[in-house]
Design a protein around this ligand. Structure first.
Ligand code: ADP
Ligand code: MG
Length: 289
């Protein structure tokens, strides 16, 4: 089984004042991992280091026990990377873009032709192959970027916010698609949207201000906050008071009352409340609010 070990990585940008990554370690094997954290947590920094596009200040990345710096080119050949930024190739047709990327990855012509034909099918963009990427919808652009990441049949697939800017239908499509192609690969997906990874990730890695908070299966993570999620029923005028004391994950009006879902280490016994089963969204709130 392929293994990617990320060991004690720290990174401060030259112009940066905070540590983008702070002694971060994690070990990945086959399967989908969700890298969850708010904007600025360090997700893209970590992905740039894993893909050898950025050097850490200290620490190392080992692929099957060997430092990736020692692999050189052959490391790139097992790697597929979908970066976060878009719009770089808007003037290219999709077909030209994929041929260009295939050339960069060193694919032979015949190999490239076969691969591009089959990947266009996989990402359901065959009929758009000769259109300019600039004319694509958000979902089509994301699928085009995923397709280029798969050109070399990567063993390691790094996807930086693959569902950013997508509508719910496109989100579901991309999510299921990633799940399908993930077999026998190490797949790391970054997001700040819990539902993107809740059901497809074998493990979820929570990153906050460059530090690993916790790493576990979704089910075990939600168990961590069992007994810490409550539904309060109160008069509407109490809402601002409740908000000032508790992390509110949800609320709705019920006639003249409000029903407020809160995440708290201690029970809000001063209100009419009941304990409820936690969700991963509650966990996100617990760690990041
Ligand atoms: P995320 O992808 O989780 O949003 P990033 O890795 O982009 O987080 O950023 C982590 C931290 O590093 C943030 O505080 C961000 O402002 C800072 N940062 C990111 N890129 C640069 C850069 N090129 N120069 C200076 N600071 C940066
Ligand atoms: Mg990012």
């Amino acid at each position: 089984m392929p293994t990617l070990e990320i060991k004690n990585i720290s990174k401060t940008y030259k112009k940066g004042t905070v540590k983008a990554l702070d002694n971060f370690s994690v070990t990945l094997t086959s399967g989908v991992y969700g890298l969850l954290g708010p904007n600025g947590a360090g997700k893209s920094t970590l992905m740039n280091i894993i893909t050898d596009n950025l050097n850490p200040d200290c620490g190392e990345v080992l692929y099957d026990g060997v430092n990736i710096k020692k692999f050189g080119k052959s490391y790139r050949s097992v790697l597929g990377y979908m970066p976060q930024q878009q719009g770089l190739y808007d003037d290219f047709t999709l077909n030209r873009f994929l041929w260009y990327m295939a050339a960069l990855k060193g694919l032979k012509k015949k190999e490239a032709r076969e691969k591009i034909t089959s990947l266009l099918e996989t990402v359901n963009l065959t009929s758009s192959a000769h259109k300019k990427i600039g004319s694509f919808s958000g979902g089509m652009k994301q699928r085009a970027l995923i397709a280029q990441a798969l050109l070399n049949d990567p063993e390691i697939l790094i996807l930086d916010e693959p569902t950013a800017g997508l509508d719910p239908k496109e989100r579901i499509r991309i999510r299921n698609f990633i799940s399908e192609i993930a077999e026998n690969k190490i797949v790391l997906i970054s997001t700040h949207v819990v539902s993107d990874i809740e059901f497809i990730a074998k493990e979820i890695i929570l990153l906050k201000q460059g530090k690993l908070l916790t790493q576990n299966t979704g089910i075990k993570l939600t168990k961590e906050i069992e007994g810490k999620v409550f539904m309060i029923k109160a008069q509407t005028k109490m809402l601002s008071k409740i908000r000032s004391v508790y992390r509110v994950s949800n609320l709705y009006h019920d006639n003249n009352d409000i029903v407020v879902r809160v995440v708290s280490d201690t029970a809000p016994d001063e209100y009419n409340c009941e304990s409820v089963a936690p969700t991963l969204e509650d966990l996100y709130l617990y760690y990041f609010e």
